[in-house]
Design a protein around this ligand. Sequence first.
Ligand code: ZN
Length: 195
Amino acid sequence: MSKNICARCETVMSPHAVVKVASGDGAFRSLCSRCFNTEMAHLAKLNAFEHPKFAPVRLADAGGVVHEFHFRSLLFGDQLSLEAFELASGDEDCVGYRFQLLGDPRSDPFELLGHLVQKVKRALATRYLVEHAGNLEVAGTTVRGRIEWDSSEIGHMPCVIIDGKRVDWTDFGAMLMQFEGWQFRIALVDPSDEA
Ligand SMILES: [Zn+2]
């Protein structure tokens, strides 16, 4: 499991915490987010930048189910990316809710965290799927979610994450059959924007 050891500080990381960084020779190094941010702050001459570390936050969705969100901050030069995500259990693909916000690295990271938590709460307030007779159905006429890699499809087809739950592409297609004959509109939205 040497790939999960930070190449700089030698901390053992959980897989979700690894940041892969390309070197000039094309090789990749695995860094922890703190070391990544330290190197990036040096490159971007942001000498006052301090790596923020946030404790997990538990938030309930519209159905009262509690979700535990972990946070990761990554400095990308003039932007600080803050992500909130749920940890997948076992070897599952990337499941669960995931949110991102971009901010000014010179601003207060706790203020950015506050904005991100508000974004998470807004998203958790709506459920787009309902269970009906043991099957998941589209609750209204709008569905928001995330496109993810489906390892069983080796990248040929995606799976989608709706309400924090993984839905196979074919199952999503079956759900849309309740709208046979309807029109649809697809808008693709950057992870850091509001869907
Ligand atoms: Zn490190």
